[in-house]
Write a protein of this length. Sequence first.
Length: 91
Amino acid sequence: MSTIAPKLGYWNQGTTVGVQIGTAGPRGLFGIISTVTGGAVTIYDGTSTSGTILYTKTLAVGDIVHFGGNGIAAKNGLFIAVTGTVVVIYT
């Protein structure tokens, strides 16, 4: 029996008050890459900023954050608020 890993998606956008990444529901957070400009990033488990904070940090240009092979599990979706430009890698 073989297991096929889920495909990773990515979200790439600059400054935003908040946006849902993908659809609501179970998601996996695998990494963040800061591009073009640095800035603060906060990622929530949920569909708004009222969700549980999964990750928050001010990043410099070129910073790469990797959450390992298993990533971080989100039960309700991934919602991001960012003041710079980042790429978010998720399932």
